[in-house]
Design a protein around this ligand. Structure first.
Ligand SMILES: Nc1ncnc2c1ncn2[C@@H]1O[C@H](COP(=O)(O)OP(=O)(O)OP(=O)(O)O)[C@@H](O)[C@H]1O
Length: 303
């Protein structure tokens, strides 16, 4: 099954927030949607959910040869963390309320919700107000609720927002498990490390246009078929990368990435003008590629 976003345009008055977006999400995969503030990520999620109507284009579900409009209940949603839930109500009441909105009776929602809570280690919090849970627990409760409503796809807007490193890793593991069980997951995040670790594919959105999309690994490799990471003795990576040109990228303060072969690098080493402590093979991080793409001039939307 595939979710297809075809040529979606969305305007807010004179602002063209989405300019012909094409995207697809398959079951059993995690797609990372990346873009700077205001790029159109949340707007796109809202269009997929049917909360906003596009002026042009459509969102379709493809099942075998059949294509149809998806229904709201086919999506499990985490909008900007868990802020779309009622903090002062108990977990159970939230689940029954949102289940009710989707036409699911308590007898169906409660056991499923309990099962997911148990899996996420929160079963004993069923009657606690959501506000009494820590941020990470709230995220997990929101995810349990989304899953209890029997969706086909999960749309997660900034799911790692405000999570500490341990909770973030835990959420990553949960997402990978869910993917393995066949859910299709669309993830927007500024947390590029998480996206790099979990996503099968990524799409970069800028000013309402998809700049690039493709398998995460291939995108990173495309940027450096062969690459080396140099650890510098001083935190001068940015300055050195700037001075050396196109094939050098700063990966943090003291890490420099060279896109090219070993012999070439070896010849260049004496002229670098900075002490190198360690060299290892490596690819650029998603963050480096992202920042590089943002600097490139905006071209016409790529399909
Ligand atoms: N309801 C609205 N009315 C008017 N303009 C809007 C509305 N919602 C979004 N916009 C505008 O559309 C553009 C895209 O916003 P959107 O929230 O989709 O960005 P985003 O990529 O999710 O950003 P962030 O990473 O900051 O959450 C922005 O310029 C924003 O100001």
């Amino acid at each position: 099954m595939r979710l297809l976003i075809e040529n979606v345009h969305k305007r807010f008055g004179r602002l063209e927030a989405l300019k012909g977006v094409h995207l697809e999400l398959r079951t059993g995969e995690i797609l990372g949607l990346l873009g700077p503030n205001g790029a159109g990520k949340t707007t796109l999620l809202k269009v997929i959910l049917g909360l906003l109507l596009p002026e042009e284009g459509e969102v379709l579900l493809e099942e075998g040869p059949r294509r149809r409009r998806p229904e709201g209940h086919e999506f499990g949603v985490l909008l900007e963390g868990s802020r779309n839930l009622y903090l002062n109500h108990t977990l159970l009441l939230n689940a029954l309320y949102f289940g009710g909105i989707r036409g699911l009776p308590p007898s169906r929602v409660k056991p499923r919700f309990l099962r997911w809570l148990e899996r996420f280690g929160l079963k004993d919090r069923l009657h606690a107000p959501l506000a009494s849970l820590s941020r990470g627990m709230q995220q997990k409760a929101a995810l349990a609720l989304a899953l209890a409503l029997e969706p086909k796809f999960l749309l997660l807007d900034e799911p790692t927002l405000g999570l500490d490193p341990a909770s973030r890793l835990e959420l990553e593991a949960i997402l990978l498990e869910l993917k393995g069980e066949g859910w299709g997951i669309l993830l927007t995040s500024h947390d590029l490390l998480t996206v790099e670790r979990v996503s099968d594919r990524v799409a970069f959105i800028l000013e309402g246009q998809i700049l690039r999309q493709g398998p995460t690994r291939a995108l990173l490799q495309e940027w450096a078929e062969e690459g080396y990471v140099l650890r510098l003795a001083e935190p001068r990576a940015e300055e050195v990368a700037e001075a050396l040109g196109e094939r050098w990228l700063a990966e943090g303060k003291d890490r420099l990435l060279f896109r090219g072969g070993w012999e070439e690098l070896r010849a260049l080493l004496p002229g670098l003008g900075v002490e190198v402590l360690e060299i290892s093979r490596g690819l650029p991080s998603l963050e480096t590629v992202f920042l590089k793409l943002l600097k490139a001039p905006l071209k016409k939307a790529a399909p």
